[in-house]
Design a binder for this molecule. Structure first.
Ligand code: GDP
Ligand code: MG
Length: 318
């Protein structure tokens, strides 16, 4: 996704391009007419390329759609894209009209100047839309890469071993990213299961305090994450090593259960420190039990899923 230029950047570039074209003509009136045509074409093309540079929102993975909506509002994004489209259309119309005028006019320099003024005013009218779209673009491109593959969202208190689990089960080094609404880094990992690829997504910085203390964006983000999940893995740390007693961890587990409609697997981590009866146990430190947890997760997965992306060649088999 390319950056979205400001109004002045669009105008500067288009004026420079048109000035160059103008120099190719020796006759003053031809040169002015050429400028009028070239500058409006340049502005038009630039505006169209901004719209093209934006993803087709209908085809975006759910995750991005939800995030874009939470962070910026889908209506506002569509409105701004619409404003750019409007300006593109009018630039072309005005350019054509003024080129005709220039041909007929005795004062082509005046028509050229009028063109500059009209284009500048039109493009400046959408300057706030351009700046807003650039902000959207800056955030969208830093979001972690979460696509339509089978998705396991990992939940649990901080320091229970969520990131360690993702690192352990991922075929390649997980992608490290952050959400705009939390300073905590998150990771997304991938693993090939036969010919298919599954992905693991972290949920940091949102689940580390009671629900009523989360702000609106955090609540929405959490529900967006839960929405993209095909399965949730909830990790407990019965050893207390993470700094949270089991009781509060189990409260969070209840809260997560309320929130979701997908299968949930609960695993007690840090079995090298302590084992809790009644839970699948694992240690992301020494690797014990991890494959059992993975198997439990995958037992929820339909064998063949439609419209899933195929794995890339470098991904390994289970
Ligand atoms: N002893 C022990 N420590 C672990 C285990 N898994 C994670 N840790 C440690 O717990 C801390 C938090 O792990 P991390 O994966 O970052 O937790 P997250 O905050 O849930 O992502 C780190 O210091 C890990 O080394 C485990 O199975 N056993
Ligand atoms: Mg972590």
């Amino acid at each position: 996704m390319p950056t979205v230029p400001t109004a002045d950047e669009i105008l500067d570039r288009s004026f420079r391009r048109a000035a160059k074209k103008m120099k190719e003509k020796t006759n003053k009136d031809r040169a002015n007419e050429e400028f009028v045509r070239a500058v409006s074409a340049a502005v038009h093309d630039r505006l169209v390329s901004i719209i093209r540079g934006f993803p087709e929102f209908d085809q975006l993975p759910r995750f991005y759609l939800e995030m874009a909506d939470i962070l910026f509002g889908m209506d506002r994004i569509k409105q701004s894209l619409g404003a750019v489209g409007w300006a593109a259309k009018h630039t072309k119309m005005v350019g054509n009209q003024l080129a005709v005028q220039s041909r007929k006019s005795d004062d082509t320099t005046m028509v050229r100047k009028r063109t500059v003024a009209r284009l500048a005013s039109m493009v400046h009218q959408i300057d706030k839309d351009l700046r807003f779209l650039n902000e959207v673009r800056n955030v969208l491109r830093t979001l972690p890469h979460v696509d339509e593959a089978y998705t396991i969202v990992i939940a649990g208190y901080p320091n229970v071993g969520k990131s360690s689990f993702i690192r352990q089960v991922s075929s390649a080094a997980p992608e490290v990213a952050s959400y705009p609404f939390t300073t905590k880094g998150i990771i997304v990992g991938h693993r090939a299961i036969g010919r298919e690829r599954i992905q693991f997504v972290d949920t940091p910085g949102i689940l580390d305090r009671p629900a009523e203390q989360r702000n609106a964006i955090e609540r929405q983000a959490l529900s967006a994450m839960m929405n993209v999940a095909d399965t949730i893995l909830f990790i407990l740390d019965p050893s207390g090593h993470c700094g949270y007693p089991m009781e509060v961890q189990l409260n969070l587990l209840d809260e997560v259960k309320e929130m979701i409609e997908v299968p949930l697997v609960v695993a007690a981590n840090k079995s090298d420190l302590m084992i809790a009866d009644g839970y699948l146990s694992m240690s992301t430190e020494n690797g014990k039990g991890i494959l059992d947890v993975l198997a439990a997760i995958l037992s929820n997965k339909p064998v063949v899923t439609k419209n899933r992306q195929s794995p890339t060649p470098e991904q390994t088999q289970v």
